[in-house]
Ligand binder design. Sequence first.
Ligand code: ZN
Length: 210
Amino acid sequence: MDKKMRLKNSPPNKNRNAGTRAFFADVKRWIEEKKAIERGHFVLASGFHSEFYFQAQKLFQHPEIASRIGGAMADLWKRRKIDKVVSLAIGGIVLGQEVARHLGVCHIFLERKNGELLLRRSFEIGKGERILLVEDVITTGGSLKEAIKIIKRKKAKIIGIAAFVSRRKTQFAYPLKILLDLKLPVYRPAVCPLCRRRVKLSVPGTKASK
Ligand SMILES: [Zn+2]
């Protein structure tokens, strides 16, 4: 597992949370103990196929872990003035709440209806508000790009994007801080070696629990 993960954007070691070896060791232990990485043949939300699926919610179902990870992510942004955290439902909600709690700001989320990402529930994004976008796992960043459009339409200011895990290199026009760089290979379906071996394909994350 060590070769597949590394901490990025680590702040100075005086910080007891993000960037310390102890914190990184805890994250690795949580991933193993809580079996957050599943093995099989998966089609990811991005359309890519992978032998591995990282189910971040296996970690976030434990409030103590969600709080530690949210705190570590918040620490990377505490020098910036942030007015509001915006996350993406459903995966980003628990984490968004924790990041916001550590930053001492409020948290709202965007959600999909009929495939379209929307601001609902009378949540508001005000003109000039300084927004931190929070996502649990980034693969292609497609959903985040949709979120950016919504926030720009509201004339708010995007300070940056905070993600727990990145599975692929993704570029945004805003500062991106990722806690954990998870180097798990993904494939376009046309060149997927698991498809070639006819391994049964499954859609993770949405299936009913056994
Ligand atoms: Zn495949």
